[in-house]
Design a protein around this ligand. Structure first.
Ligand SMILES: Nc1nc2c(ncn2[C@@H]2O[C@H](COP(=O)(O)OP(=O)(O)OP(=O)(O)O)[C@@H](O)[C@H]2O)c(=O)[nH]1
Ligand SMILES: [Mg+2]
Length: 301
């Protein structure tokens, strides 16, 4: 058999919040480049992950979960996702195996049809480890009905690693022939500073409830060589919340919670960067920043 032509291209994962897009991105890339959490609306910017195979290179674009926006931040995130539709070869709609298809999913399908009528659409049934085989089969049919007969639908479990390679192959088969976009070994174009800020946000999200996750934003203020040990980096980060009561929660009794967040984030950052760091965290209140255009701008939205 003749060698297969090399294929390369862009695919974005879209779906309602909390449907497993970022977890799947990490599983396919083989490394953690996108933070994940059990709370909806974790991802706040598009994140590129690169999948290298002998016959293909896939650039995955993980996007924020889509929902009817209630804040200016929500609106900006939806716009961001819509902008990516025009930049990709394939759009993959992620729907969990354990949740009924609802108006939120139909709304996304309509948006895709409107914005990118010619783009190949793929269905991905995520989290198949959470349900029985029968339920997976049922969901595959439901997603197929939602997307129409021409769309392929692939079941996958990112957590168990089931079917991840099958999904890579299916996506690769839909890509145009062409050379790689990124050099071998490169797995993301996320700047280190963004990765650090995200890992701190992920650590701070752990265990907080209600509306607090949405109110949290992290900004890296300064990175410099650590004076006491020149093999280390000193990183200063600011955690923004929207209200003083939230500040108290994040800091915890005698600063215990913030300390824990710092330790967890530091380990993750050191693992990814391969450098030891001294991490300095501060918490600040930026009142209602999710609804304030000026503050959103300052925070990079
Ligand atoms: N059991 C199981 N859980 C999963 C799987 N994939 C994701 N999850 C869980 O689902 C939750 C949401 O995962 P994320 O990857 O953050 O979801 P997301 O779609 O990126 O969410 P947003 O960024 O908020 O839109 C997390 O608690 C994950 O651990 C899976 O294959 N199996
Ligand atoms: Mg995400």
């Amino acid at each position: 058999m003749a060698d297969k032509e090399f294929r390369s291209g862009f695919i974005c994962f879209v779906g309602r919040p909390n449907t497993g897009k970022s977890t799947l991105t990490n599983a396919m890339v083989g490394s953690k480049i996108a933070i994940t959490s059990s709370r909806p609306q974790t991802t706040r910017h598009t994140i590129r992950g690169i999948v290298h195979r002998d016959h293909a290179q896939l650039i995955l674009v993980d996007t924020p979960g889509l929902h009817r926006p209630r804040t200016l931040l929500g609106q900006r995130l939806n716009d961001l996702v819509r902008d990516t539709y025009s930049e990709v070869d394939v759009i993959a709609l992620c729907i969990p195996a354990d949740e009924k298809i609802g108006p939120g999913d139909r709304w996304i399908v309509e948006q895709i049809k409107q914005m990118a009528p010619k783009t190949t659409v793929l269905g991905v049934v995520t989290k198949i480890d959470k349900v029985s085989r029968d339920q997976v089969a049922h969901q595959l049919m439901a997603v197929s009905q939602l997307l129409g007969p021409e769309a392929e639908v692939v079941p996958v479990s990112a957590v168990k690693g089931e079917q991840v390679e099958v999904l890579v192959d299916v996506i690769a088969s839909k890509m145009p022939e062409g050379p790689a976009f990124y050099p071998d070994g490169e797995i993301t174009d996320e700047p280190e500073e963004t990765l650090m800020a995200e890992l701190i946000r992920e650590a701070a999200l752990e265990g907080v409830r209600d509306e607090l996750p949405h109110s949290l934003a992290v900004v890296i203020e300064e990175i410099q060589p650590y004076e006491a040990n020149e093999d280390m980096l000193e990183v200063h980060a600011l955690l923004y919340v929207e209200r003083p009561s939230q500040k108290a929660i994040i800091i915890g009794k005698n600063g215990s919670r913030l300390k824990e967040v710092g330790t967890n984030a530091r380990k993750q950052i050191e693992h990814i960067l391969g450098t030891r760091i001294y991490l300095n965290l501060h918490v600040k209140v930026a009142k209602d920043w999710q609804r304030d255009p000026k503050q959103l701008g300052k925070l990079g939205f």
